[in-house]
Design a protein around this ligand. Structure first.
Ligand code: PGA
Length: 248
């Protein structure tokens, strides 16, 4: 059995005070939830405050990105050990916005993921296709390339995948459960080729793209969907609590 993992990706949103207020409202709503691994990913500037609030709770802390060098002359970057220093156990790597707006390649993302794992973090590694690739029938080829190059040499025990079709992110258009299941199944089988059969069976694959309280149940009912990476619908404590408490 794979423990579901549901993470909130707040992107470039929320001040320190807003993050603290969210956590104060959220923790009581999820304190009885022992079935879902819950994770919050605030902006870098709020990580320290969030780490203090989440300490000792059943909710983990993630960064939205990480750099692959530990220290030195890398202006603007943040290393895995500095993230752990403020309480991060997870790092999101390879979100489609990083790939698109910051030109992050699979090879570069692989370096980041390896460095984060080497420091003891769990990596939430994102993959996904744009609409024009899906329409041309190229989804599986693109995902195979992202996984071949992105996951090479990673430790499956400290890895969560997030499949996020780019056409479903922030658009209100969710992949149907059938589309999600079909693609998740492909991703799982391809993980078998890159990291081995055992890894494929045990790895959690989150779905991301317009997940909300109204569609989480049907997505989670898919055999190969083991969680979610949630943007917009994770910004309000009540809404994200409904999502992580989908099991009742
Ligand atoms: P969304 O974002 O839930 O707002 O579609 C998901 C994501 O980008 O991780």
């Amino acid at each position: 059995m794979r423990t579901p993992c549901i993470a909130a990706n707040w992107k470039l949103q929320k001040t320190v005070a807003e993050v603290e207020a969210f956590i104060d409202a959220f923790l009581p709503l999820v304190e009885k939830n022992t079935t879902v691994e819950m994770v919050l990913a605030p902006v870098f500037t709020a990580l320290y405050a969030a780490g203090k609030k989440l300490s000792g709770s059943n909710v983990g802390l993630s960064s939205q990105d990480v750099y692959h060098e530990e220290s030195g002359a890398f202006t603007g970057e943040v290393s895995p050990s500095l993230l752990q220093d403020v309480g991060c156990k997870y790092a999101i790597v390879g979100h489609s916005e990083r790939r698109e707006y910051f030109n992050e390649s699979d090879e570069f993302l692989n370096k980041k993921a390896k460095a984060a794992q080497a420091a003891g973090m769990t990596v939430i590694f994102c993959c996904g296709e744009p609409l024009e690739i899906r329409e041309k029938g190229g989804t599986n080829d693109l995902l195979a390339r992202q996984l071949d190059n992105g996951l090479a040499g990673l430790d499956a025990g400290a890895l969560v995948l997030a499949y996020e079709p780019i056409w479903a992110i922030g658009t209100g258009v969710t992949a149907t459960p059938e589309q999600a299941q079909e693609t998740h199944n492909f991703v799982r089988s391809h993980v078998g080729k890159v990291l081995g059969a055992e890894a494929a069976a045990s790895i959690r694959i989150q779905y991301g793209g317009s997940v909300k309280p109204g569609n989480i149940k049907e997505l989670m009912a898919c055999e190969d969907v083991d969680g979610a990476l949630v943007g917009g619908a994770s910004l309000e404590a009540e809404s994200f609590a409904q999502i992580v408490n989908f099991g009742g």
